[in-house]
Each structure stands twice: as structure tokens, then as C-alpha cells.
Design a protein around this ligand. Structure first.
Ligand SMILES: *Cc1c(COP(=O)(O)O)cnc(C)c1O
Length: 410
């Protein structure tokens, strides 16, 4: 980055500082990752110079022959990897991608059914603070109070009573495998569209270590920057019959020119995700999350659903007389980065809930395995036992920084 260093030292220095932060802290936010150098290069390429409103061979600007090839390549890689007949690779991110699907299939005022925010749904699944909650009538569902898991009898009962036009199957904080076939049966019974939001688990689905919504969901949204380990962006996958309406909803319905540099970087990430070593990566993500879950359970934390079979763990820290936010702040002081999160049926507010959410995708990318997860659990437990003792947190922070010297990824 020698030009940046010369021309804008402030921004250059801040980027360098952020890079150092990413390489010296243990990053356990389940929606984050480290992209490859190849993905970074595509994101930082001259493709950012080009305007390309429209789709291949149907653009509103000249000079598209190469961009068309790039977009078609990314699109066909997405269709092949996720085994769905149509992909749109233009959505700016997961949130507009969800909205585009709703706009393609529904009219304002229609009823959508999604998981509540506090039980692990996303803002764009009809939360009252999101436009999706203002444009549509929202019927929420939640998880079972006993098990913390999806309760398909309950979901079916709500769907039968409320007759939603679209059911959303997808979560930001659900630590178990999602049965898209159970959702599909219910959607079929009540005549609703099924929309799968696999933003978090796209990499696991691509690698074949999580059930796929292909052939079951009408529309699927995947962010490209979480377990899929690509640039910030999103894909919409759909059945052939919705291809035209999805494309129209993305452009011109919701967006202008696509971010061609991102489109290319998505293509790079999709190629990486189709390789055998990515399957190994995805398997290790799950092994690592399970090791975190078992370790935290042994240390006396209560986990939502009692464990995990994907990439994330939701731990109730209130048993240590600490709130989720206090825990997240104390952990950051020791160089361990998590996010505070509500646990299902949390009695505390979302800004200071009872839980923390941890995930293994980023640490697995840089090469950590089960032994390292055990060490991380030990540090987490020490931090939460000593969250008011600054000197102790600093001491653990030094150990963490020394440990992270072994993982200079870039
Ligand atoms: C992350 C996420 C999104 C939104 O993605 P952004 O890129 O942040 O807009 C949507 N749905 C789910 C389930 C997510 O986890």
C-alpha cells in the first residue's frame, strides 16, 4: 500500500492499526472472517472504476464486455456451488438482498413470518425498527422455551393460523442445524413462499456440512463475507421461475450500479469455497465450535440449546454475576473479541443482554484447532472470573498477544 502510505498517511496508518488489531486479537465474532489475499486483491482492483447498471448484455453503459464476463463467471460459480438454477450476485449486502426477495415475491401489507430478533432472527426479518417491519405485516415465531430449538409444531400452528405469504428460515444466533425440509413442508401446507436466509452458514452449506435449502426454498440469501469467507456482499439464489422478478427487484427496484470489484471478489471466494480444502475448513469450524461449547459448559456456563452443531455458541454469562455487555468489554481488554447478544427469552434489554455470542470461522481460517479452543476457553473463564481486575485482564491480554504471534495471516 505504498501509494496510500504516501498520499494519505492518516487513513494508511488507521488501516495498518486495524490490520494489527485483527492479527493480535482472538476474533470470535461468528459473522466475521479473514479473506484470502486473492480476495483482497480483487476488492482493491480497478473494477471499482466501472459503472454497469443492468445485467450482462443488457447494460445501460458501454464498455461492458469484460465486466459481463466477470459477472457471468461469478453468477455461474454461485449456481454451481449452491446447486440452484439462478443466482444474482449484485446485492450490496445481506439486508438489501433480503428486501429484494420480499419485493420480488410480495406486495406491501402482505404477511411475513420470521424469527424474533431476540431469539436469533435478523433485523430484516420484520423487526419493528427495520423497514421490513413497516412494509409488511409481521408474524413472529420463536424457539422452544424448554430446548431453545426450533419447534416445528409451534411454527406450523402459527403458520396455519396466520397464513403468511412468506416464511423466513434463517438466523443470526441459532447454534443448531436448520431443517429446511421441515420449513418447506409447512410453507407448502399453508401456501407460503419459503425464503431461506443462510447468511451465517453459507460456507457450511457450500461445503456440504450443513443441510442445503436448494430445491426446497423459493429464494435464498447468502451474505458472502461470513463463513463463505469472501468480500462484503450478498448473493440471491432462486428457483428459475423467480429469476426475472428477483433480478428486477435488485435492479432497478432497489439498487443502482453493481460493485464490480466485489462481484469479482465474490467469484474468487466461490472458487476457493468449491475446493476440497474448504470442506476441511468447514469441518474444522464445527469441531472448533463444539470444543468451545464443551469447554464453556465444563466451566459452568449455560449454553443456548446446550451446545452447538454449527459455527457458533451462545453462552449465558449471567451465572457469573456479569452481563453480556460487561463480559464483552472485559474480554476485549484481554484481546478476545466477542459480541454481546440476547439469549432466547432474555429478561435483560438487547443493549445489555445476558449472553455473549462466539464463533469459530475466523480463528479456524488462521489455523487454530481444538487445542487452541481449549486455551481460549481457559482465558475466557479467567477473564469473566476477574472482570473487575484490570491488572489481571492486562496480564491475560499479554498472553493472548504472545499467542497470536503464531498467526500472522497476511
Ligand atoms: C448478517 C445477516 C444479514 C445481513 O447482512 P448485512 O450484510 O449485514 O446487511 C441478514 N440476515 C442474516 C441472517 C444475517 O446473519
Amino acid at each position: 500500500m505504498s501509494y496510500l502510505q504516501k498520499n494519505d498517511r492518516k487513513i494508511y496508518n488507521l488501516i495498518e492499526q486495524e490490520k494489527r488489531r485483527q492479527l493480535t486479537t482472538i476474533r470470535l465474532i461468528p459473522s466475521e472472517n479473514y479473506v484470502s489475499q486473492a480476495v483482497l486483491e480483487a476488492v482493491g482492483s480497478v473494477l471499482t472504476n466501472k459503472y454497469s447498471e443492468g445485467y450482462a448484455k443488457r447494460r445501460y453503459y458501454q464498455g461492458q464486455s469484460i465486466i459481463d464476463e466477470i459477472e457471468e463467471l461469478s453468477k455461474s460459480r454461485a449456481e454451481r456451488l449452491f446447486e440452484m438454477p439462478h443466482a444474482n450476485v449484485q446485492p450490496y449486502s445481506g439486508s438489501p438482498a433480503n428486501l429484494a426477495c420480499y419485493l420480488a415475491l410480495l406486495k406491501p401489507g402482505d404477511t411475513i413470518m420470521g424469527m424474533t430478533l431476540t431469539s436469533g432472527g435478523h433485523l430484516t426479518h420484520g423487526s419493528s425498527v427495520s423497514y421490513t417491519g413497516k412494509l409488511f405485516k409481521v408474524v413472529p415465531y420463536t424457539v422452544s422455551k424448554e430446548t431453545g430449538r426450533l419447534d416445528f409444531d409451534e411454527i406450523r400452528a402459527i403458520a396455519k393460523k396466520e397464513k403468511p405469504k412468506l416464511i423466513i428460515a434463517g438466523f443470526t444466533a441459532y447454534p443448531r442445524k436448520v431443517s429446511f425440509s421441515s420449513f418447506q413442508k409447512i410453507a407448502k401446507e399453508v401456501g407460503a413462499f419459503l425464503h431461506a436466509d443462510i447468511s451465517h452458514i453459507a460456507g457450511l452449506v457450500a461445503a456440504g456440512v450443513h443441510p442445503s435449502p436448494a430445491g426446497l426454498a423459493d429464494t435464498v440469501v447468502a451474505t458472502t463475507h461470513k463463513t463463505l469467507r469472501g468480500p462484503r456482499g450478498a448473493l440471491i439464489l432462486s428457483k428459475k421461475m423467480y429469476a426475472k422478478s428477483i433480478d428486477k427487484a435488485v435492479f432497478p427496484g432497489l439498487q443502482g450500479g453493481p460493485h464490480n470489484n466485489t462481484t469479482a471478489a465474490i467469484g474468487v471466494a466461490l472458487k476457493e469455497a468449491s475446493r476440497a480444502d474448504f470442506r476441511k475448513y468447514a469441518e474444522q469450524i464445527i469441531k472448533n465450535a463444539k470444543t468451545l461449547a464443551e469447554g464453556l459448559t465444563k466451566k459452568g456456563f449455560t449454553l443456548a440449546t446446550g451446545g452447538t452443531d454449527n459455527h457458533l455458541v451462545l453462552a449465558d454469562v449471567s451465572t457469573r454475576d456479569i452481563t453480556g455487555k460487561e463480559a464483552a468489554i472485559a474480554l476485549e481488554k484481554a484481546g478476545i473479541i466477542v459480541n454481546y447478544n440476547t439469549i432466547p427469552f432474555d429478561e435483560r434489554p438487547p443493549m445489555d443482554p445476558s449472553g455473549i455470542r462466539l464463533g469459530s470461522p475466523a480463528v479456524t481460517t488462521i489455523g487454530m484447532k481444538e487445542a487452541e479452543m481449549k486455551l481460549i476457553v481457559k482465558w475466557i473463564s479467567e477473564v469473566l472470573n476477574n472482570h473487575n481486575r484490570e491488572s489481571k485482564l492486562r496480564k491475560i491480554g499479554k498472553e493472548v498477544a504472545a499467542f497470536m504471534k503464531n498467526y500472522q495471516y497476511y
